[in-house]
Design a protein around this ligand. Structure first.
Ligand code: PNS
Length: 163
């Protein structure tokens, strides 16, 4: 069974990686899909976000990284995916995720949204928190995968902003 795990991943955190590892154990193949969203200002370009994810998931044989710039429901049809994986951290995520799951079901009734939860130690981590801490020179080592931590610090210290 093929699952898509979509997101902005701006940048990927240990919370995202936790969900990817769990999804890769459940599903035959997992496509981590990076949204290229021209209307949202991102700190990392979609190419950078894809490259960071590829480094973090290197060696995970059933995980692929792609970017998309369409409706998720259409991307799922294009890929022949049966499942959308989303990470749920807290009840505060639920209302928005529930709304998206129902909208995606309306747009593509053949795909089911499945919610996974990360380990308790990763539940509070978000990309925006990582950016805020790194932006003020704080230590993000516990929040992003070790192999990309230095690159993220350098990149965020440059203060470059792109779409
Ligand atoms: O990491 P994020 O920013 O919470 O991810 C949000 C994402 C990419 C999953 C969501 O914005 C999305 O699916 N966008 C694609 C466009 C789309 O299909 N929108 C309608 C969904 S209701």
């Amino acid at each position: 069974m093929l699952a898509i795990y979509p997101g902005s991943f701006d940048p990927v955190t240990v919370g995202h990686l936790d969900i990817i590892i769990r999804a890769a154990k459940i599903f035959d193949r997992v496509i981590v899909a990076v949204l290229q969203n021209p209307s949202k200002i991102a700190s990392f370009t979609s190419e950078e976000r894809v490259m960071l994810l590829r480094r973090v998931t290197a060696g995970m044989e059933n995980v692929e990284i792609e970017s998309f710039h369409s409706l998720l429901a259409d991307f799922a049809i294009e890929k022949g995916a049966q499942v959308i994986v989303k990470g749920l951290r807290a009840m505060s995520d639920f209302e928005y995720e529930f709304q998206m799951a129902l909208a995606n079901r309306h747009l593509n009734p053949d795909v089911e949204t499945v919610f996974l939860t990360s380990g308790a130690e990763n539940m509070f981590i978000s990309s925006s928190m990582v950016k805020q801490i790194a932006g003020f020179g704080g230590n993000i080592d516990a929040f992003v995968p070790m192999c990309i931590s230095e690159d993220i610090k350098i990149r965020l210290n440059r203060g470059v902003s792109s779409k």
